[in-house]
Design a binder for this molecule. Sequence first.
Ligand code: 5AD
Ligand code: SF4
Ligand code: FES
Length: 355
Amino acid sequence: MGQDVANKNGFNQSVPQWIQSLSRVKLLEVISSPDGPLARQVIEQADLIRSETMGAEVHLRGLVEFSNYCRNNCLYCGLRRDNRQISRYRMSPAEIIQAAEHGAQLGYKTVVLQSGEDPAFSGEIMAEIIREIKKLGLVVTLSMGEREPQEYQLWRDAGAERYLMRHETADEALYDRLHPGQTLAKRIFLLKTLKSLNYQVGTGFMVGLPGQTAETLLADLDLARQLEAEMVGIGPFIPHPSTPLGKDPGGTLEQTCIMVALIRIFLPYALIPATTALGSISTLGRESALRAGANVVMPNLTPRIHRADYQIYPGKICLGEEAAECRGCITRRITDIGRTVSDGPGHHPKWSPGS
Ligand code: 5AD
Ligand code: SF4
Ligand code: FES
């Protein structure tokens, strides 16, 4: 029955048949029992697959959170427009470029420019920022939410190679509830648009959202695979007190790690971050994800004065540390678990920039 996805990708023969065939019933069982013996097996296999497809290298991406203004009102997010409890900031183009320069000096090969959906950064302003950063020899990843296809095109032409925009949840009803005024169909359309523009595309989702089920999470994996996402970010939902979901329970380390492991099995060559959210709910959360199939970490490069204001969720780590300290800290953590920090651009192995 189940298609032999794994063997087609040349997995090691030791990967058990049931994982290779990805039987739905078994998958739902593992997702529902993230502490069980089956889950442990899945994580071991994912770690093995990661070492075969991607090796021991971990890719670091320096994250610049350049604006916390957002026109959206996602029910879970601390940056939602109705949250009057945070003070809003926008970095100037010069400050953004300076942060990228600092990243390059620290040894980063990629910078991720992330913001809320902030229309103040026009297509042209962003294109100019991207062109300047490209002069530094850095790979540019954007994470700015939903924009016009023409803007995505403009930024790709300016040199941006990657775009991160999680689908958040593949359950349409849940998506509607969590994202007033937004639709899952549009999100998927834009992710496909980004793919067609030859971006390396990152999707992803949160684990532990109120109303989410094992079925939903399986649909999340399926969607990421259908999209042939080059990157998949998976983090626990962390309730933010100044949002409508502030009193709901959050996702756990175990639930998140099993989803990281499964996405590695679904997409053997993907770039999968050990998310900051996971590091924020558990001291060794990122290490756990790196041992469950992840191979990317995104340390913070945002100037320290702004860090506390980029409060997507509470308890975010690295608020007090300078960029250099984070780089040192994460390097130690990576080598402590027997992995290496990559010195290359860390592109998806099947992506090429084109003409
Ligand atoms: N907890 C965890 N992750 C969150 N995000 C937004 N709000 C939260 C929260 N409360 C995630 C979303 C978004 C990414 C930038 O941060 O998945 O895509
Ligand atoms: Fe805005 Fe993104 Fe937060 Fe939604 S998740 S409110 S789009 S910053
Ligand atoms: Fe920022 Fe450890 S990664 S302090």
